[in-house]
Design a protein around this ligand. Structure first.
Ligand code: PA5
Length: 435
């Protein structure tokens, strides 16, 4: 069976076998801390066994509610921020066809999906309300704490819109709340208004919650096969159980990152050559940034979308400060068959590409880029996923969550809290006169 593979061939000049072997014990320690729930933040490691132990009835409920939403909805709005937004957005961008929202021909009977509550732009919300008039609307408000300002204020506006348009009773039938089991303003409000609700598990923090209803409901509404996602995650769970980093690509990846960090490579670029992976990069950034960036430590996670960003950031990568390393997400199989035809006049000089598909050209761009970055002193790894589909999305999500937990433990931080996020909130609340 095909699986995700890690190629560290380009690290040979940078990392020795001895350096890697020296991390075998620390990685095993991190592995047991994670699995035995004895490490830092162990109240929030519910995601580790989630692919094995998840609540099947709940997944069925997700699918049932998604079907109901699809039947009466043209436009589905998902309001949330951070871990209550990026996983669903990443999955939808990765797994629905290009131009999904723009073309009925492409989308078929599935609703358009828009996001809200992930920033504080009033103009964005005003424009969104105009768009909502174009069809029947349903809404999913997602907030574990139920008190986060950005989604809460967006929801106040959207709820008002729904009630004005549909009346209170019908609006309530079109709103789903995904939140904590007991706590928070959203939980209380959802109960009072009689909304359908889904629970964010107590022991799973926002950025590790994509395999819960937080990510699954929006993806199911967009027609994504959530069973396949869980299948991929479950295979990742079992294949990445091996404590020995030499037999576990996920742990090898964590170890390489750690060694590179200690050699002064403080910035990791997650690069892709497929625009469907753009938002997966955003999800990755939050996962690693919020998990590792604390106590004055942590690799700064960056994402670049190639070849686009080779024309904006390529110069820096090639010749700027040598504090970078790169992980390239490569897709094994490009399914598009569009190719370049021969042109007799050849005025654009492109006949050397005649007969080649875009996939073949893109592959050469990837090889050329990796070689150039290697020569420019940017250590790189290649993570290949056989293809883009729901199964590999689930696999990849789990691969990175586990790599992140192990990386955090290797660094000596708690990868499951985010105390620093409170600082801006405190200032903002004071400036806004919150009592
Ligand atoms: O990963 C996290 O915990 C955070 O990014 C949260 O997901 C984010 O702040 C949103 O929080 P909430 O779901 O409570 O609204």
């Amino acid at each position: 069976m095909k699986t995700i593979t890690l190629d560290a061939g380009y690290l040979k000049n940078t990392i020795t076998e001895e350096e890697l072997s020296a991390l075998n014990d620390p990685v095993q320690k991190a592995h047991y801390e994670l699995h035995n729930e004895t490490g830092k933040g162990s109240d929030f490691v519910g995601w580790v066994n989630q692919p094995r132990d998840f609540d099947r009835e709940e997944l069925q409920k997700v699918q049932k509610v998604a079907k109901k939403i699809r039947e009466n909805t043209d436009i589905f709005v998902v309001a949330g921020i951070g871990g209550s937004y990026l996983g669903a957005k990443a999955g939808i961008e990765m797994l629905t066809p290009f131009f999904y929202n723009d073309s009925k021909k492409i989308r078929g009977d599935f609703p358009r999906v828009y996001f809200a509550g992930h920033h504080l732009s009033g103009e964005y919300l005003e424009a969104l309300l105009t768009v909502l008039d174009e069809g029947e609307v349903s809404l999913n408000i997602i907030s574990k704490s139920g008190t986060t300002t950005e989604p809460a204020v967006a929801f106040r506006i959207l709820k008002q819109y729904m009630e004005n348009r549909y009346g209170k009773k019908e609006a309530a039938k079109r709103i789903v709340a995904t939140t904590d089991r007991e706590k928070g303003a959203l939980k209380e409000l959802a109960h009072k208004e009689g909304y359908e609700t889904f629970i964010v598990p107590d022991d799973i923090g926002g950025r590790y919650s994509v395999l819960s209803p937080v990510g699954m409901l929006p993806m199911a509404v967009a027609g994504i096969d959530v069973e396949e996602i869980m299948k991929g995650a479950k295979d990742a769970y079992s294949q990445l159980l091996e404590p020995d980093l030499k037999k576990n690509p996920c742990y090898a990846y964590s170890a390489y990152r750690n060694i590179l960090y200690n050699k002064g490579k403080k910035i990791e670029i997650l690069g892709n050559f497929d625009p469907r992976l753009t938002f997966f990069g955003e999800w990755f950034k939050q996962l690693f940034g919020e998990s590792e960036g604390k106590e004055g430590k942590g690799i700064f996670p960056a994402t670049l979308n190639f070849t686009t960003d080779l024309h904006s950031m390529g110069q820096y990568i090639q010749e700027g400060e040598r504090s970078l390393f790169e992980t390239v997400l490569k897709v094994g199989e490009e399914e598009g068959q569009l190719s370049i035809e021969k042109d007799h006049k050849n005025l654009d000089g492109l006949n050397y590409l005649a007969g080649k598909t875009f996939g073949e050209i893109n592959e050469k761009a990837l090889q050329g880029t990796l070689q150039a970055h290697h020569e420019g002193g940017v250590p790189s790894m290649i993570l290949t996923l056989p293809k883009i589909d729901a199964y590999y999305f689930g696999y990849l999500v789990y691969f990175f969550m586990k790599a992140c937990g192990i990386s955090g433990y290797l660094l000596g931080v708690n990868p499951f809290d985010q105390p620093g996020v409170e600082a801006y909130k405190k200032n903002m609340f004071r400036l806004l006169g919150k009592k």
